[in-house]
Design a protein around this ligand. Structure first.
Ligand code: NAP
Ligand code: FE
Length: 360
């Protein structure tokens, strides 16, 4: 058993501006990695460039990270970074730019290697320094060692084997304050899936459960906002961000479990947003677990039953009809993956996975 959280984290209002000196001290020439437009729209991009300029740090921008970032995107951003003499990377965004930033920092550190290096876990995982600034409240990537990439050559999505932590995470609820309700619903569902999957996990410890329980408690504070029952106040956005980061600390110790494993096929083949795809399998996952554990973690979030959680999912994320062949494919893939079948604390076989996928 160990507990390891090496990311220095600040979570507060105007976080980037307050810690501008520390961010700028990470290097002389930053590569800022973002998605298409939200980093600018939410203001994080301007806070970061303002901070760097104040301290005379130069920067270049790679603003082309797509949702579920591909190996090709990582390699073209790394090429830019190498060409520009980048000595640290700042990821701004949801999980996609933050995960990409980790893989990009790895490839910049190893400039003579090709993309296959990303998938060779026996190689050196050191990177140039990384700062992460979340603008969604879901993945916790700012504190996890995971980078999830899409491999179009294999028509699949999954984590790379390197474990890569950022040095610095700057968390500010204001970046998520203008996000559309759908993005908030899907990403906070991802955070809840991290918390529940980590709690119900073969690798759960008292320490990882400490994070999961605290994260669920904080997550629950903004549940009514996501349900549309009340207007959000600024504190709600900070709570959403904190729940997501603490959920990240929980999965950094246990990993995620079957809902995440099953979700990747839905995202790749049915184009379903990540959090929504994980939430699709979450009630089924809980139905197979020890009912005492389940009532405990449902109660912390204010759910009376798994059915109530399922109704919450349908109301906030919406349940899509997924083509049967995609569901069958994900069942086949996960059931034949021995490592994934060992993630839950209960015995897994194909019948059990079918129950999770097809419901009660
Ligand atoms: P995302 O894919 O990063 O972004 C989804 C969408 O949200 C994009 O269109 C993005 O726009 C937009 N967006 C981001 N911030 C916004 C804001 N503040 N306001 C309005 N729109 C905003 O979404 P995500 O759910 O955060 O990340 C999902 C990815 O993270 C998946 O690849 C998943 O596998 C991975 N993941 C990683 C971990 C981990 O431990 N590392 C854990 C869970 C999931 P722009 O393109 O304009 O930015
Ligand atoms: Fe996730």
């Amino acid at each position: 058993m160990n507990f390891y959280m090496p990311v220095k984290l600040y979570a507060e209002e105007n976080c980037v501006t307050r810690h501008a000196a520390e961010l700028a001290s990470m290097g002389k020439n930053a590569l800022i990695v973002t998605g298409k437009s939200s980093a600018r729209r939410c203001g994080a991009f301007y806070d970061v460039t303002g901070a760097l300029e104040k301290y005379g740090v130069s920067w270049v921008e790679f603003a082309k990270v797509e949702e579920n970032p591909s190996v090709e995107t990582v390699m073209s951003a790394a090429e830019l970074g190498i060409r520009e003499g980048t000595d640290f990377v700042i990821g701004i965004g949801g999980g996609s730019p933050m995960d990409a930033a980790k893989a990009i920092a790895l490839m910049i550190k190893h400039p003579d290697k090709d993309w296959t290096y990303l998938y060779d876990g026996s190689q050196d995982s050191s990177t140039i320094p990384i700062a992460e600034i979340p603008t969604t409240a879901g993945t916790g990537s700012e504190v996890t060692a995971v980078s999830v990439l899409t491999r179009h050559d294999k028509h699949a999505k999954g984590s790379i084997p390197h474990r890569i932590f950022a040095q610095l995470a700057l968390i500010d609820g204001k970046y998520v304050a203008q996000a559309p309700a759908g993005i908030l619903a899907n990403t906070t569902m991802d955070a809840l899936a991290h918390l529940y999957e980590s709690y119900i996990h073969s690798k759960a410890t008292d320490y990882s459960r400490m994070c999961a329980e605290a994260g669920i408690r904080i997550w629950a504070r903004s549940k009514d906002v996501i349900l549309g029952k009340r207007e959000a106040v600024p504190e709600d956005f900070m709570n959403m961000m904190n729940a997501s980061a603490i959920a990240g600390m929980a999965i950094a110790h246990t990993a995620t479990s079957l809902p995440h494993a099953l979700s990747y096929r839905l995202t790749y083949s049915a184009n379903m947003a990540h959090g929504k795809a994980c939430g699709y399998f979450l009630p089924g996952y809980l139905r197979e677990a020890d009912p005492r554990d389940v009532s405990h973690i449902l109660a912390i979030a204010g759910f009376e039953s798994i059915d109530e959680l399922e109704a919450y999912y349908e109301k906030t994320c919406g349940r899509d009809d997924v083509p049967k062949e995609i569901l069958e494919e994900t069942i086949r893939e996960v059931a034949s993956n021995e490592a994934k079948c060992k993630l839950p604390p209960y015995k897994v076989d194909e019948d059990l996975i079918r129950r999770i996928v097809y419901g009660k």
